[in-house]
Design a binder for this molecule. Structure first.
Ligand SMILES: [Zn+2]
Length: 151
């Protein structure tokens, strides 16, 4: 997926799931992380360590507390910078983990080993194709329908 598609799908997913713009925004920033961290090594190591879900699950476990879902603008301001950053990083890495899932529906990603890519889910479309655009539009339509019942 392109970073725009990752951003749109991640924001729609987390906003519908939590109805919280702080959570959805933090995850949207994190949804670009696995590709961005590859930087200059993109050609040589695309979708290896940066796309291994185990690292992001470990980050989520590290930053997890039972109150990660309860964050509002006022609470975030009152809780202090360390607590606010911990919650931001939890949702940032949740977005990065969603990135891996989103990549898994358009190509192989590492599963058992970080250096060996495997087809985990059926490939629904090719990256940068009309199929990707149609998937994002259809996904947002589904999220809109869900949101109209939930929110
Ligand atoms: Zn990626």
């Amino acid at each position: 997926m392109t970073w725009v598609s990752h951003s749109v799908v991640t924001f729609a997913t987390l906003f519908v799931a939590t109805q919280n713009v702080f959570i959805a925004g933090s995850a949207t920033l994190g949804s670009a992380f696995p590709d961005q961290i590859e930087g200059a090594f993109w050609k040589a190591s695309h979708r290896s360590y940066s796309h291994w879900f185990v690292l992001y699950v470990a980050a989520l476990a590290f930053f997890w507390t039972p109150d990660v879902f309860s964050v509002t603008g006022i609470k975030a301001w009152q809780m202090g910078i360390v607590e606010m950053m911990r919650r931001f990083l939890f949702w940032f890495f949740a977005g990065a983990l969603l990135h891996i899932l989103e990549d898994a529906i358009c190509g192989p990603v590492p599963f058992w080993r970080p250096t060996k890519r495997t087809t985990v889910l059926p490939r629904l479309f090719k990256v940068r194709s009309v199929g990707e655009v149609l998937f994002v539009i259809g996904y947002c339509a589904v999220m809109y329908v869900i949101a109209s019942y939930v929110i």
